[in-house]
Write a protein that binds this ligand. Structure first.
Ligand SMILES: [Mg+2]
Length: 331
């Protein structure tokens, strides 16, 4: 679930922190004072190099920088900040004693969003920073909307599991990673037994309840930081277990199978007794064979699931994909 967990919105607080870069100590002190009075948090440094160090250590939504400074000037700083990968947009305002058009253009082209000619008129600086906050707010809501869309686009709406699209995007990467580091990889194909009966007898809404709870029980039975559940089809789920070899994967499948069968599923049409069948496919313990493709891994899990169904359901069959090895049955 790492991807969903890492998606957290960047919040621009009600008083965003300003990083102020100004080499003149008196100006620095005066500006710090009146920016604080205007309700901003302020951290002040004496040149561009120090400002860049700060920028790399945490996210400052606003940068107010003098142009002429020793070591690294404001224009070089703006350029450098635009090349950093940061958690959010930095609204950069350049202060300059130079008022020629060419200089102003150079400053904006280096990455400044706005500029003010020194000596700074305090109410104007505050007004321009407040305008910058509107842009930061906009950027933040756009970013949050993108993150929501990203989650929606990779999640199954009913169960909250990853969808098939995410599976087909992510499983090849998982397989490649395991190949590179010579780790084993296992997948469990799970299918709810006689799901059509549940839908027919209890209604589709109750069927949805069962699917939701199946996904939740499966999710709660696996390692939350590395394993993940995807909805493969109607009542079929594929669970991905990186760095898990065959015997371990069978244990996980049997654990989930037991948890599903142990307690009836409460639904809006009453309790439903649910069982599920499992097919386990694993690479060898030292990682996937060079020729192994995702399709073959999934197909193997599917074939094992089919055997579980054939042999009476509510059971686990599996296969470790190494050369010349016979299929093994469990459960
Ligand atoms: Mg200066």
């Amino acid at each position: 679930m790492s991807e969903l967990e890492s998606v957290t919105a960047i919040t621009v607080d009600s008083s965003p922190t300003i990083l102020l870069a100004e080499d003149d100590p008196v100006t620095r002190m005066l500006m710090t004072r009146f920016l604080k009075k205007a309700g901003y948090e302020v951290e002040a440094v004496a040149n561009g190099a120090e400002a860049l160090d700060k920028m790399m250590s945490r996210y400052y939504p606003m940068l107010v920088t003098d142009w002429e400074m020793p070591e690294m000037d404001g224009v070089a700083l703006c350029k450098a900040v635009r090349n950093l990968r940061l958690d959010g947009y930095v609204y950069a305002l350049l202060l300059t004693a130079r008022d020629s058009k060419e200089h102003i253009i150079a400053g904006l082209e280096a990455g400044a969003d706005d500029y003010l000619i020194k000596p700074v008129h305090e109410p104007e600086l505050i007004a321009r920073l407040n305008a910058g906050r509107r842009i930061l707010d906009l950027e933040q809501s756009l970013r949050a909307a993108n993150q929501r869309n990203r989650i929606l686009s990779i999640t199954d709406a009913l169960t909250g599991a990853y969808n098939r699209r995410y599976l087909m995007e992510q499983l090849p990467r998982e397989l490649e990673r395991c190949r590179r580091y010579a780790y084993p990889l296992s997948v469990l194909m799970c299918d709810i037994d006689h799901f059509k009966h549940i839908n027919d007898a209890c209604g589709h809404a109750a069927g949805d309840d069962v699917l939701q709870q199946f996904a939740a029980r499966a999710q709660n039975s696996i390692r939350s930081n590395s394993d993940w559940v995807s909805r493969y089809g109607g009542e079929e789920f594929l669970i991905v277990l990186p760095e898990t070899e065959y015997q371990g994967a069978v244990v996980v499948a049997e654990k989930i199978r037991a948890i599903i069968a142990a307690t009836p599923f409460p639904t809006r049409a009453g309790d439903a007794v649910v069982t599920a069948s499992f097919g386990v496919a694993s690479t060898g313990s030292s990682g996937p064979d060079i020729a192994l493709k995702v399709d073959a891994l999934i197909r193997t899990a599917d074939e094992c699931l089919y055997r579980s169904k054939q042999e009476g359901r509510n059971r686990t069959c599996g296969h470790e994909i190494v050369a010349c090895q016979a299929l093994m049955a469990h459960g």
